[in-house]
Design a protein around this ligand. Structure first.
Ligand SMILES: [Zn+2]
Length: 63
């Protein structure tokens, strides 16, 4: 199972880098096109179009 180190995305439309820092921390970019959720528990992205964000998720493999 992979552990989430940084749960973040960048919106291509407004350029915002948004990061969900804890579980149920639902963060939306300033133009409202995409959101990230889940903190270090899970990675969930809500978006208007899958082309509108860059996934910046950083994970660490757990032995
Ligand atoms: Zn945006």
């Amino acid at each position: 199972m992979a552990k989430i180190i940084k749960n973040a995305i960048q919106c291509k439309l407004c350029g915002d880098i948004i990061e969900s820092k804890y579980t149920h921390d639902f963060v939306t970019c300033s133009c409202g096109a995409c959101s990230v959720d889940g903190g270090h528990e899970y990675h969930r992205v809500v978006f208007k179009s899958k082309d509108c964000f860059i996934d910046l998720l950083v994970e660490e493999e757990e032995e």
